[in-house]
Design a protein around this ligand. Structure first.
Ligand SMILES: [Mn+2]
Length: 366
């Protein structure tokens, strides 16, 4: 049974091919914080465009350290074969006759060129998310929310045009479909499986895809090892009211484990998101003798001040330091002692009850 009608995609594809032929340069962009579907469909589109012999580029503007490690591996493995550029390079290269192809999103605020989107005279959108009032305004748009993924749509376009693409591209497209279908457990149609079959015939390999996922899982566990179970201790500072709660995390079982600065930063962000804490400090060795501390605070705790007290810097919410030491626990103790330096004086503290009573007072005046 045909779940989707090919005709709409076929006519979009024809129009897109016409515009590609008339363009000087083609820029492809997926959503920020790219996942396997954004990067897989972008690389698939890169293959789609290749036969027209146009200058083409994929824009990835995220901080490389913050990109999921499986996606980062794909980007690193392809840097020599694919023109992967950042937003600044894109703005330098683009001319009046350049085209932007947006994939795996249809919202201007989700792509790195969002605020400069008006510089493009031609924009195409390929996506599987619902269209809304905020969607990019262009006539060259294919959105099919019944498709599992942008990778599924792009694979269909490649196959319709009988484009030759290699096993690696097939792998990236299959990874995109696998991610968005939660490994073929949801959002699949007969077409999704049909497309997957064709990708496997082209040389895609589920083991390769599984390894990409494993890569993400391993880095996830590595970050989690900083904060899980007894690796996080919580201290309560009762000098101010309500008492302030602060968490301190490090790998206590294997304190000499090596992390990246970004691992500590991600762990500290997660603590703020999931645990009821006013500030969080995550410590890890980034080198045999250097400990990095990522600190996150909020309205009541100025972590910048606390980091300054140990030689680092930052602002109220976000701060850090690197300290040469053989004893990570000594640093932790120093931080525990220094937290009161960063606690806002009671006048500065925004008391939710106070806000509430002010709001009520205002309302009764009306
Ligand atoms: Mn997607």
């Amino acid at each position: 049974m045909r779940v989707n009608n090919d005709d709409a995609l076929r006519s979009f594809k024809r129009e897109l091919e016409g515009e590609i032929k008339n363009s000087s340069k083609i820029f492809i962009v997926g959503h920020n914080s790219p996942d396997f579907d954004a990067i897989g469909s972008a690389i698939g589109l890169y293959s789609f465009i290749k036969r027209f012999g146009k200058e083409s580029y994929i824009i990835v503007n995220d901080d490389p350290a913050k990109i999921e490690s499986g996606v980062k591996k794909i980007i690193d493995d392809n840097r020599d074969i694919i023109n992967i550029i950042d937003k600044r390079e894109c703005l330098e290269l683009l001319d009046n006759n350049s085209m932007l192809i947006v994939t795996d999103t249809n919202k201007p605020d989700k792509i790195s060129v969002g605020d400069s989107i008006d510089l493009f005279n031609k924009i195409a959108v390929i996506d599987h998310h619902f269209k809304t009032n905020e969607s990019i305004k262009t006539t060259l748009i294919y959105i099919n929310s019944q498709s599992s993924s942008a990778s599924e749509i792009v694979t269909r376009m490649l196959n319709m045009s009988k484009v030759k693409y290699g096993g690696l591209t097939a792998n990236y497209l299959l990874a995109g479909i696998s991610l968005d279908t939660d490994r073929f457990k949801k959002n699949t149609t007969a077409l999704t499986h049909d497309v997957a079959e064709k990708l496997i015939r082209r040389g895609a390999d589920m083991n390769f895809v599984n390894n990409l996922f494993l890569q993400d899982f391993n880095s996830f566990c590595h970050v989690a090892s900083l904060i899980i179970y007894d690796n996080t201790i919580r201290k309560i500072y009762t000098d101010s009211l309500p008492p302030i709660q602060v968490s301190f995390s490090l790998n206590r079982e294997a304190p000499k484990s090596i992390y990246k600065k970004e691992d500590c930063a991600k762990a500290a962000d997660r603590m703020m998101k999931f645990i009821d804490t006013d500030a969080s400090f995550v410590m890890g060795y980034i080198d045999a003798r250097i400990v990095h501390v990522s600190a996150r605070g909020g309205k009541r705790v100025n972590v910048g001040k606390i980091m300054e007290s140990v030689g680092g810097g930052g602002n109220f919410q976000n701060a850090g330091v690197q300290i040469e030491t053989n004893d990570i626990f000594e640093i932790e103790q120093e931080l525990i002692n220094n937290v009161p330096l960063g606690i806002s004086s009671s006048e500065d503290i925004i008391n939710p009850l106070e806000i509430r009573s002010k709001q009520l007072a205002k309302r009764s005046k009306k």
